[in-house]
Ligand binder design. Structure first.
Ligand code: ZN
Length: 61
C-alpha cells in the first residue's frame, strides 16, 4: 500500500507527512512537532480525480 501525503494540522509546523493507508481513521503523531491528530478517511484527491484507482491488469508475456 502506498502512503499518502498529509499536512500536519499544527499551524506552526505544517510539515508534509507520509501516512500509510492503514492509518486512516486513526490517530497519528507528527514526527516533527509531536502534534497528535486524526488521520481523515478521505483525503482530497482532486488533482488525480479522473485517474482510475488501480491500474488495469496486464499479463506479462
Ligand atoms: Zn507537525
Amino acid at each position: 500500500m502506498k502512503p499518502f501525503s498529509y499536512r500536519c494540522p499544527n499551524p506552526k509546523c505544517r510539515v508534509v507527512l507520509s501516512i500509510p493507508e492503514s492509518m486512516r481513521g486513526q490517530s497519528a503523531r507528527c514526527g516533527s512537532c509531536s502534534q497528535e491528530f486524526m488521520v481523515p478517511f478521505v483525503v482530497s484527491r482532486t488533482l488525480r480525480k479522473d485517474e482510475p484507482q488501480s491500474p488495469p491488469m496486464r499479463k506479462a508475456s
